[in-house]
Design a protein around this ligand. Sequence first.
Ligand SMILES: NC(=O)c1ccc[n+]([C@@H]2O[C@H](COP(=O)([O-])OP(=O)(O)OC[C@H]3O[C@@H](n4cnc5c(N)ncnc54)[C@H](O)[C@@H]3O)[C@@H](O)[C@H]2O)c1
Length: 350
Amino acid sequence: MRTCLVTGGAGFIGSNFVRYTLSHYDDVRMVNLDALTYAANPASLDSVRDDPRYEFVHGNICDRALVRRIVDEYRPDYVVNFAAESHVDRSIENPAAFVETNVLGTISLLDAVRDAWASPRASFASTHRYLQVSTDEVYGSLSLDAPREKFHPDSPLDPRSPYSASKASADQFVNAYAETYGLPVNISRCSNNYGPYQHVEKFIPRQVTNLLNGGRGKLFGDGLNVRDWIHVEDHCSAIWAILTRGAPGRTYLVGADCERSNREVLTAILQAMGREPNDFDYVRDRPGHDRRYALDASATRAELGWEPAHRDFLAGLRETIAWYENNSSWWEGEKDKTEAWYEGVGKRGR
Ligand SMILES: NC(=O)c1ccc[n+]([C@@H]2O[C@H](COP(=O)([O-])OP(=O)(O)OC[C@H]3O[C@@H](n4cnc5c(N)ncnc54)[C@H](O)[C@@H]3O)[C@@H](O)[C@H]2O)c1
């Protein structure tokens, strides 16, 4: 039995990863350490709660003593760090919280596995792996005028929001621990995820739930900002491939070649939900809003033999809309709070 410690496994991607791994691999035990912030939803893990291979620990990755205790107790073969403050708009309101979890929390995990894995019992065994779940946003923003330009693993880091600055900083520490202590690490940098169980503050669920509640879509700025979309299950399969087949020390890009402007995505949602194409409002743009993300994942595909399974974005979007339609109890409790938060941000002049 292999043991995988995931952090942030009650959030969007982490909960999808826990379910994905337990349903695909019989010989894996999943231990999930999550602080259950506003972004978590314990109901995302209802289907695995009674699985004897699943354990939940309520706690903060910044709690160094707790993290050490968990690593010593469960002796994980793999650690996958999903735990993060993940919303760019919130990072603009409160950058320090992002440094706390995203940077200091990462260092707390790195220190704990460095000590546990380098002990005489197991000196960085080839089976050990720490995977930092990062983002293409660390590379900054591409221009709409150079449509063929994409991010590559070695593109220079150029984070432009407090969120991406904290993620880039954490990545630098992960690489520093690999160089300095020989820690077996990987970094995955993925593009924008969509799919079930995503918090209603994020772009696609926010539009869908506004429309389900009888409201209108909301589009930042001119709506021409481009994101490169991937289904969350494809991100999960890529993480598993990196964890089990990736070369230690390497950074892997994860994407599915699916660039769409926010306006195009909203138009597709409106159409799929039977609404008029102009059933949305333009709202004040996010300050420093990155214009375009696009990444070249060909090296990941070639080296690991990984391929995204969800290639039809419109089909994936329709399934995602249906999931929110059929699971309103999962998101209704957060919807009003989220819209009140956006309204407060607007009133403060952003
Ligand atoms: N969502 C995307 O499109 C995307 C794309 C690329 C990379 N990522 C990265 O993937 C990871 C997961 O993203 P997500 O969208 O699932 O995030 P999310 O906000 O949905 O979930 C974050 C989870 O982390 C937990 N958490 C937060 N602070 C914690 C702490 N101090 N200790 C323990 N747990 C804590 C929360 O309770 C929550 O369950 C993040 O690191 C993010 O940067 C996300």
